[in-house]
Design a binder for this molecule. Structure first.
Ligand code: 3HC
Length: 308
């Protein structure tokens, strides 16, 4: 059996491609692209909520938020490690991010204006991430699928803590309820955009589905997220900002309004509310961390030298 035939047979049998296996260059390239962008999203995703750690309203909220932001850092590290099994270099991936040659999720370019945003990010953004990431536990590339299993367990804590925070605020004052509704109004549509462009305008989906990297299309996962969120919004007592949102008994799904794809295109191309700030923050952190990396490399070389 040729290497190509063995690769194809593994994919068809729903088995895993491992780093040592032969794979088409295009598969390797797509996996590095998707895993790197996922990792970049986790690291940049620390910034919006990180801004609230010093301003959390209680020690309990501060501790929860600290744990969540630390989790996101860990998710980024698992994913960069998965990308390295394909021959990618972590430093090079970081440079590609900083120089705008690789992407990260559009959602993290929006501002977190009040503490209610922390709850809505947990509920909607991490909820969207769960919809997107649970199927990726069955992605064909072994290290990526296995990283997803650990990440999804932590994401469910992220979503629950966000929803619990919002339930608390909705039982509070009218001003707190207004803060929650304002945050929902600002985060709902950008959360739908997290799933990517419509399938008809997605250049990567067909091939990624054929290679079982993606197990569902962008629109399928987006629909699953809408159907999951509507009853949660009703239980919370907030209104989702879409007058066209309604249950369609024929489809057995919720119909929803037209997404402003020009906004997604603008944000992806770097013209979102906070793209420049997010990248500048990442660039500074990378620069500030240079001495740590050099010291660790020098220490490792010395130890190697001692071992001879
Ligand atoms: N933000 C930024 N770029 C996006 C995007 C978004 N919301 N949606 C799509 N794009 C980009 C794609 O990367 C692609 O550009 P590229 O070819 O230069 O990489 C282009 O737009 C066309 O989109 P496609 O749908 O054809 O691309 P994909 O097949 O890669 O699908 C995806 C996009 C659905 C995001 C897919 O890459 C994916 O599932 N990635 C893994 C999950 C992920 O990255 N989630 C991001 C959030 S992580 C997170 O939420 C952390 C949590 O803790 C909050």
């Amino acid at each position: 059996m040729t290497q190509e035939a063995a690769f194809t047979a593994t994919i068809e049998k729903d088995q895993r491609i491992e780093p040592r296996d032969w794979m088409p260059d295009g598969y390797r390239k797509t996996m590095i692209r998707q895993i790197a962008q996922h990792a970049h999203s986790e690291i940049i995703g620390m910034q919006p909520e990180g801004a609230w750690i010093t301003r959390a309203p209680s020690l309990r909220r501060k501790a929860i938020l600290l744990a969540k932001v630390q989790d996101e850092a860990g998710h980024g590290l698992y994913l960069y490690s998965a990308a390295e099994t394909l021959g990618a270099d972590r430093g090079d991936l970081t440079r590609r991010l900083i120089e705008g040659r690789q992407k990260y999720s559009s959602i993290f370019n929006y501002p977190t204006l009040t503490f209610a945003d922390v709850g809505v990010i947990g509920w909607l953004v991490d909820g969207a991430a769960i919809c997107n990431q649970v199927p990726l536990c069955r992605s064909s590339f072994g290290p990526y699928a296995r990283a997803m299993i650990r990440i999804c367990k932590e994401e469910s804590f992220h979503q629950r803590q966000g929803y619990e925070l919002l339930m608390t605020m909705m039982r509070g004052t009218e001003a707190q309820r207004d803060m929650v509704q304002d945050a929902v109004n600002r985060w709902w549509w950008p959360s739908l955009m997290m799933f990517g462009p419509p399938d008809a305008e997605s250049p990567n989906t067909a091939q990624s589905m054929a290679w079982k990297i993606k197990r569902h299309t962008n629109d399928e996962l987006r629909q699953r997220f809408v159907d999951m969120s509507v009853p949660q919004a009703s239980a919370l007592g907030v209104t989702l900002p879409d007058p066209d949102l309604r249950w369609n008994p024929e489809r057995e799904h919720h119909d929803f309004g037209e997404i402003d794809w020009s906004e997604l295109k603008r944000v992806i191309s770097g013209d979102g509310p906070l793209n420049a700030e997010r990248i500048e923050h990442r660039r500074r952190a990378d620069e500030d961390g240079e001495w740590v990396r050099s010291a660790a490399a020098a220490h490792a070389a010395k130890k190697q030298g001692v071992r001879g």
